[in-house]
Design a protein. Structure first.
Length: 136
């Protein structure tokens, strides 16, 4: 009887240690997935920002040359364009909190997209109970 109990406890210990190893591996894989998603979102944002930067830069150069021709003064044309850039910079400064929050929300939503998928599959497989939609 003592040997049988010892065998059961040894098997239980082995099962618990195997479970702990698998759980740790799952946590690491989830962390890798989340890090990958954040890097993907940030890379996409960086690429998009660079493209928008160059588009705005060349559009402003074209506007500067157009205004220079219309006003017959290169200085006046490019001074107006510089003023537009100053306005854009001031808008970015005054809206920095809104910009920061939107970037944080994008990163958090990319991190939570996996959790939402898990929640959706568990609710679809569980009982079909009517729940009112969440108000936003």
């Amino acid at each position: 009887m003592g040997q049988e109990a010892e065998k059961i406890f040894r098997e239980l210990k082995d099962d618990i240690s195997t479970y702990a190893e698998f759980k740790l591996e799952l946590i690491k894989l989830n962390a890798y997935e989340r890090i990958g998603k954040v890097i993907a979102v940030l890379s996409y944002g960086l690429l998009l920002s660079a493209l928008v930067f160059f588009a705005v830069l060349f559009a402003m150069l074209a506007l500067g040359f157009l205004l220079s021709n219309l006003l017959e003064s290169a200085t006046a044309g490019f001074t107006i364009v510089t003023g537009l850039y100053v306005i854009l910079i001031l808008l970015a400064i005054f809206n920095r909190e809104r910009i920061r929050l939107s970037v944080i929300n994008i990163i958090i939503s990319s991190l939570n997209s996996n959790e939402q998928k898990k929640d959706a599959t568990t609710t679809s497989t569980s009982e079909n109970t009517e729940q009112p939609p969440l108000a936003h």
